[in-house]
Design a protein around this ligand. Structure first.
Ligand SMILES: *[C@@H]1O[C@H](CO)[C@@H](O)[C@H](O)[C@H]1NC(C)=O
Length: 147
C-alpha cells in the first residue's frame, strides 16, 4: 500500500511539477479571471471593442489613449499596478513560479519606465515590453494577454 501511494505521489509530482513547461504555470482559472477583467475593462474605459479585438489579435499599432486605459485597468484589476502607475512587485512575484523569480524580476525591471510618464503609458510600455521580450509567454501570468 505504501509503495503504491509513493508511486502515485511520484506520478503526480512528475505530472504537475517536473513536466510542466513554464508557460503552463498560468492556471486555467486565472485565464477565466483575466477574460472577465478584459470584458469589465471594456465597460469601465469605454474603449472601442474593435480596437481591443485587433489588439488581442496582435495589432500593437493603435496607441489610442482609450486602449492604454484599458491595459492599465486590467493590470489594476490583477493587482499588478495601481491606477497611478505604481507597480506591485510583490503581487507579480506571487504570480510567477519559484524558479523563475530572478528572470521575472529582470524582465520587470527592464519593462518599467524609469522616466515619469502618465500611468496609462507606463502600463502600455510594460505590456508591450513583455510582449517583445517574452514572445513565448513564459511570463504570461504577469501580463494582460491570455497565453
Ligand atoms: C521561455 O522558455 C523557453 C523554453 O523553456 C526558453 O528557451 C526561453 O529562453 C524562455 N524565454 C524567456 C524570456 O524566459
Amino acid at each position: 500500500m505504501e509503495t503504491f501511494q509513493f508511486a502515485v505521489f511520484c506520478v503526480a509530482f512528475y505530472t504537475f511539477v517536473v513536466s510542466s513547461p513554464i508557460k503552463e504555470f498560468y492556471p486555467k482559472r486565472d485565464v477565466a479571471t483575466l477574460k472577465k477583467y478584459q470584458m469589465e475593462c471594456v465597460e469601465d474605459t469605454k474603449v472601442d471593442p474593435d480596437l481591443v479585438i485587433r489588439f488581442k489579435a496582435g495589432d500593437w499599432r493603435s496607441e489610442q489613449p482609450s486602449l492604454k486605459n484599458w491595459v492599465l485597468c486590467i493590470l489594476n484589476k490583477m493587482g499588478l499596478m495601481t491606477m497611478d502607475g505604481v507597480y506591485r512587485l510583490d503581487e507579480a512575484m506571487a504570480r510567477v513560479g519559484t524558479k523563475d523569480k530572478d528572470m521575472a524580476e529582470k524582465l520587470i525591471d527592464q519593462c518599467l519606465s524609469t522616466t515619469a510618464l502618465p500611468a496609462p503609458d507606463i502600463a502600455w510600455k510594460y505590456v508591450h515590453c513583455l510582449h517583445v521580450n517574452d514572445p513565448l509567454g513564459n511570463y504570461s501570468s504577469i501580463s494582460i494577454l491570455t497565453p
